[in-house]
Design a protein. Sequence first.
Length: 256
Amino acid sequence: MESSLNEPSRTSGVPAPAARDTAFDLCELASSLSVADEASAISALELAARVGGADAALFVWMTREDDGHCWYSSIAALDRDWSAYALRRLHSGPCTWLSHAARSSEPRFVSQATFESDEGDDSARDDSTRPRAVWLIPAPAAHNSNALGLLVLAGDDEHRLDTTRRLLPVYRALALGLTDWFQRRGRDELVRRAHLTDRDLDLLRHELLGHGSKRIASALHAEPKTIDCRFHRLNVRLGVANRRDAVRLCKRYGLL
């Protein structure tokens, strides 16, 4: 049975009022991400990791495109060597963490023993790659996006990580906040860099629906060659090769 915030921790001895205060602090932290820069987001991740008893923290934002390719972005706190190692595992295996995040929004605890059995031979393992207990906290993005987030909190002491278990609703809110932060940051940067307008996005929505230049021209009361020119200028501003890639890029950040 899940323990509540009003119940004292069996492992850490943290009294209920302290647990409630910690939960409130983390909730404020999640809310503050709406106006955070990258340094502030990393600081928030570090504080959340320390509160949860972790000694390494990683947040991965991933979006899968229609052609099957995936795009990744991440931030890390505390033990960055371990986070770099974890990222390598995410990309090249053996690792099922992102698969779990893609199919379930439920947090999952990976014990040190499970982590070690996945790794196999440990003869060449250094300190940064030693097995650690891990909390995986997935965060799906908004309905109009293929993106998802995964908050990873790792520690040598499974008992200390029990604090994360007791505050899982708050950590899920934090993971959702970080997912939204990555998506919003990428979206705002793209809009600013490419000077995107509502007219540009309207054009791309027609392309997304599979409309050709003639049909788009008819809908927008323009000439087909005008539509082709508009797409060409838009592709240049977005830095892509064609209108299909322009749609993929804007979908990646939830603009379409």
